[in-house]
Design a protein around this ligand. Structure first.
Ligand SMILES: Cc1ncc(C[n+]2csc(CCOP(=O)(O)OP(=O)(O)O)c2C)c(N)n1
Ligand SMILES: [Mg+2]
Length: 312
């Protein structure tokens, strides 16, 4: 079970490290945001979602898509503008979606997923699906008006929204202490009447428990929940970020507690053979190399179709 979790997190890490290489080598163009170090939040939260539940992610969403079951080959192809991409190469790194997997899209507008998830939960009330609509956003996004409005509306109408705030302590290059006076972000939700918890997002068990309770509440018609998951990104905000803003020693500390290092230590302490632990990384990297190589062989999307699927 714990080995499966390690493999799931390695799949995301390996996918994103391959994406980084392809971005630096050229086949991927444009702005790319990686979530190295935050994998446990995506893996733990998505493990509790049911097929009918809807997830709304951000530009830092590749791992959430993988955790929701979107095939890596289609993600690589999407980021490389290939016709076989999950959106035919139109969405790219920050804007792809796969509703057939309950992955209703990334979004580059900070905080914009929250009101959309509220709409999905409202629709779920009318269509009888009682879907949980999960929206994941960052500690910076919580200061967006749209997020506050979405939380209040969900609370007032008792809608089944699961608000997941990934608190990685930074909004782009700005540390959280420069943005808020109250470090406990969950109090924003409590103040609006939403049950809220703060958890260690590096601990898969805590992520699973908090999400299970939130999804159960949504499915039972008991309204929204808020989860503040403490985490860290161990790479830059975007590929190319020189990370000058990091205080000395911070990254070294984060590399000790980040979820893959943490679970690896736990497994070895439990007596799981080193070989079994190392096989997870090897297997994940092999899978991603194969998926990326296949996507690279696929044809580029035809520019003549660029205006298809556009609505204005
Ligand atoms: C409405 C809006 N304002 C500003 C930006 C520029 N921007 C892109 S990412 C980002 C940081 C958001 O930080 P956070 O919500 O903590 O998420 P993280 O990047 O840490 O995952 C900002 C300000 C944007 N994309 N959209
Ligand atoms: Mg952040």
């Amino acid at each position: 079970m714990k080995l499966d979790d390690l493999l799931s997190m390695w799949r995301i890490r390996a996918l994103e490290e391959k994406i980084r290489d392809l971005r630096l080598e050229g086949p991927i163009v444009g702005s790319v945001h990686l979530a190295n170090g935050q994998e446990s939040v995506a893996v733990g939260a998505c493990s509790q979602l049911r097929p009918q539940d809807a997830l709304y992610a951000t530009y830092r969403g590749h791992g959430w898509a993988v955790a929701r079951g979107v095939p890596p080959r289609e993600i690589f192809a999407e980021l490389m503008g290939r016709v076989t991409g999950v959106n035919g190469g139109r969405g790219g790194s920050a804007h792809f979606s796969a509703p057939q997997h309950g992955f209703h899209g990334e979004n580059s507008i900070v905080g914009a997923g929250a009101p959309i998830a509220v709409g999905a939960a409202l629709a779920g009330k009318y269509d009888g699906s009682r879907r949980a609509a999960m929206t994941v956003f960052g500690d910076g996004a919580i200061n967006q008006g749209a997020v506050a409005e979405a939380m209040n509306f969900a609370a007032a109408l008792g809608l089944g929204v699961v608000f997941v705030c990934e608190n990685n302590r930074y909004s782009e290059l700005t540390p959280i202490d420069d943005m808020v006076a109250e470090p406990d972000l969950s109090r924003r939700a409590s103040a609006l009447g939403i049950p809220a918890v703060r958890i260690d997002g590096n601990d898969l068990a805590q992520v699973r428990t908090a999400t299970r309770l939130a999804v159960e509440a949504a499915a039972a018609g008991r309204g929204p929940s808020f989860i503040e998951a403490h985490t860290q990104r161990i790479v830059g905000h975007y590929i190319g970020d020189s990370e000058q803003y990091r205080p000395a020693g911070e990254l070294e500390r984060d590399l000790v507690v980040e979820p893959i290092a943490r679970l690896t230590r736990e497994l070895l302490a439990d007596g799981v053979p080193t070989e079994s632990v190392e096989r997870c990384e090897r297997r994940a990297r092999e899978e991603m190399e194969t998926a990326a190589a296949a996507a690279l062989r696929d044809p580029l999307a035809d520019p003549a179709t660029a205006k298809e699927h556009l609505y204005a």
